[in-house]
Design a protein around this ligand. Structure first.
Ligand code: GTP
Ligand code: SPV
Ligand code: MN
Length: 592
């Protein structure tokens, strides 16, 4: 018999969904069930609930209309890769870079944790659509959660509500997501994916990528698994459009690891010299890419909002982000000033004399501790972004001319280079290294291999994933050119060699011109790089040809170490590593 709390479901909910929800309600035993419809009235009600129970703090309504602050549990401030599992019948399917668990054993463990977990609590049914309504690439998910913070964030990050039920119709092809806060204890925290069942169970966390199941869990881990099966790519990539003064539009997708500059690059405002150029944002974190009928790789952004890093965001580095978060935004783990406004390290305003830090403790300017958590975030609707590309609404996405792989590397990697061809480009992506950041729990600043920025997000064997990338070439008539960038190279004095942010437009310009065959390059062991005369340095302060040579320098000693470090990953995945990757390695060594 169906649970009494489900006696009157909305008519739009189909029986397959209802059956699954019934099982979860029987398991978690909530006191109430709320069916979310995504309406504005519902948002207002839920915000009131969250304010009443202390989940959200309303901000100054004049300075931050419609905005709130949330402080997460201090033990719960980032993704937890150690506690994230891929549960496939065999360990080989998950591969050596994922934590693996046998699905039935993990189900039993999760059932134990979730049994009665929502007693005294409300279960929210959150239907959501990743992708544009009516898009053949869109996917439906249903997240059952006992966190009103999750509901309000999902409402911004996805197309939430009846739009998802309508897309699903009477089918049963939807992602089954269950999220239980439990007591937010790291000992009872698990983020588990069951790709074969299109299911996710997340317990014991209330933070970001651990719990907004449409994002990293569905759009990347399950998405990448489905992509391999269905012939497309789910990638940790921003998507942007470059509009030239002549009105030519070139679309580019770029993969940088977490907290390595995707949001900033996607919202780039060109410097004065490029005032006739325009950068349009399509997405800042995730791209789903599929060859269209024209044989060109097309990309959509499956999300509807930005879950962006707050520290470092200001009117100089990212004016579009500042405008985007001016209203209707949820801030997580930033500092709160006495006048009800928010602050973080790298804000336009100087450090406040006094404020409350991200944990709500009194904080004074000059304190050795940070006021905002380094992984503090904003959740804001993409509709607020002044540079939002109208093409974001296209169900078929945009044609991609270039793919960029980028990391955070203090040394070794030049500012920009172009792969010789698709296979070499896949090799550049596969061997990517980057310093770890505060976006995941663990040591910060250590270089690790992060292939295609997907190390924490590839939902199956990474060797098969490289194979899938190589295979995609056969299905694309006009493959995008592939580039590698590094905004983060440092000099001996520890300062960034390249000014970054808006000035990255110069790198984009070279990339766009390469795509259209309009600019020269020079062949190096690493790939094609711009010669000084190919790269626009005009109007730059304190940055001329010598500085450009420094930031582009290839140091053979560093590259010997780099190749050895790349080998460590290749050894770990050797049995499933496509032979093409080994050939590329040999060619690189030969060129060096
Ligand atoms: P996730 O949301 O975790 O996936 O991060 P992201 O890749 O979107 O990174 P984001 O754009 O939020 O940038 C992360 C940090 O890098 C911020 O503190 C930025 O200020 C800094 N950053 C971004 N672009 C640049 C750049 O061009 N140069 C330098 N030096 N720092 C940058
Ligand atoms: C990332 O870590 O890449 C993010 C933030 O985009 S989270 O949603 O927490 O994964
Ligand atoms: Mn990300």
């Amino acid at each position: 018999m169906i649970h009494p709390l489900l006696a009157n479901p909305p008519a739009i909910v189909n029986p397959a969904v209802l059956r699954w929800i019934d099982q979860q309600v029987q398991l978690t035993e909530p006191d109430a069930v709320v069916w979310c419809d995504g309406s504005a009235g519902e948002r207002d009600r839920l915000q009131a609930v969250a304010v009443a129970d202390g989940t959200l703090i309303p901000l100054n309504p004049d300075k931050h209309p419609g905005c709130f602050l949330h402080r997460s549990n201090p033990n719960d401030v980032a993704r937890v890769e150690q506690l994230t599992y891929i549960c496939t019948p065999t360990e080989e399917e998950a591969g050596p870079t994922n934590n693996w668990a046998e699905p039935r054993a993990m189900r039993r463990r999760l059932d134990e944790l979730c049994r009665g977990a929502m007693r005294g609590r409300t279960l929210y049914v959150v239907p959501y659509l990743m992708g544009q309504p009516g898009s053949p690439m869109a996917k439906v998910g249903v997240e059952l959660t006992d966190s009103v913070y999750v509901v309000l964030n999902m409402r911004i990050m996805t197309r939430m509500g009846d739009v998802a039920w309508r897309h699903l119709g009477d089918g049963d092809d939807f992602n089954r997501g269950l999220h239980c806060l439990l007591d937010v204890d790291p000992e009872r925290r698990l983020i588990c994916h069951f790709p074969q069942d299109n299911a996710i169970v997340s317990v014991g966390s209330g933070y970001g990528g651990n719990v907004l199941l449409g994002k990293k869990c569905l759009a990347l881990r399950i998405g990448s698994y489905l992509g391999r099966r269905e012939g497309w790519l789910a990638e940790h990539m921003l998507i942007l459009g470059v509009e030239s003064p002549a009105g030519e539009k070139t679309y580019i997708a770029a993969a940088f690891p977490s907290a390595c500059g995707k949001t900033n690059f996607a919202m780039l405002v060109p410097p004065a010299r490029y005032q006739d150029w325009k950068i349009w944002t399509l997405g800042d974190d995730i791209a789903w890419m599929r060859p269209g009928v024209d044989g060109v790789l097309h990309a959509i952004n499956p999300e509807a909002g930005y879950f962006g890093v707050a520290p470092g965001t200001n009117a100089k580095t990212n004016p579009n982000a500042m405008r985007t978060i001016a209203r209707d935004t949820i801030f997580t783990n930033v500092a709160l000033r006495p006048d009800g406004t928010v602050w973080w390290e790298g804000h336009d305003d100087p450090p406040p004399a006094e404020c409350l830090d991200w944990q709500g403790r009194p904080w004074k300017a000059g304190s050795t501790e940070k006021a905002a958590h380094p992984n503090s975030r904003f959740t804001a609707p993409m509709a607020n972004n002044p540079s939002l590309a109208p093409e974001t609404a296209l169900p078929g996405g945009v044609p991609i001319s270039a793919i960029i792989f980028g990391g955070r590397r203090a040394s070794t990697l030049p500012l920009v280079c172009e792969a010789f061809n698709w296979v070499h480009g896949v090799f550049l992506g596969a061997t990517m290294g980057s310093e770890t950041t505060a976006a995941a729990v663990g040591t910060v600043g250590q270089v690790r291999r992060d292939p295609m920025a997907m190390l924490p997000f590839c939902g199956y064997n990474i060797g098969w994933y490289f194979r899938h990338w190589l295979n995609m070439r056969k299905r694309i008539v006009q493959p995008p050119r592939i580039f590698q960038v590094n905004w983060f190279r440092k000099g001996d004095d520890g300062r960034f060699l390249w000014p970054g942010f808006g000035e990255n437009m110069r790198v984009l310009k070279w990339i766009v011109d390469r795509c259209h065959g309009r600019v020269g390059a020079w062949e190096t062991p690493l790939g094609w790089v711009p010669r000084t005369q190919d790269f626009d340095l005009g109007g730059m302060e304190n940055f001329g040809p010598p500085e450009f040579e420094t930031v582009q320098n290839i140091n053979l000693e560093e590259w010997r170490r780099e190749v050895l470090s790349q080998d460590e990953l290749f050894m770990r995945i050797y049995s499933q590593l496509p032979k093409e990757m080994i050939f590329q390695r040999e060619l690189l060594v030969g060129r060096l």
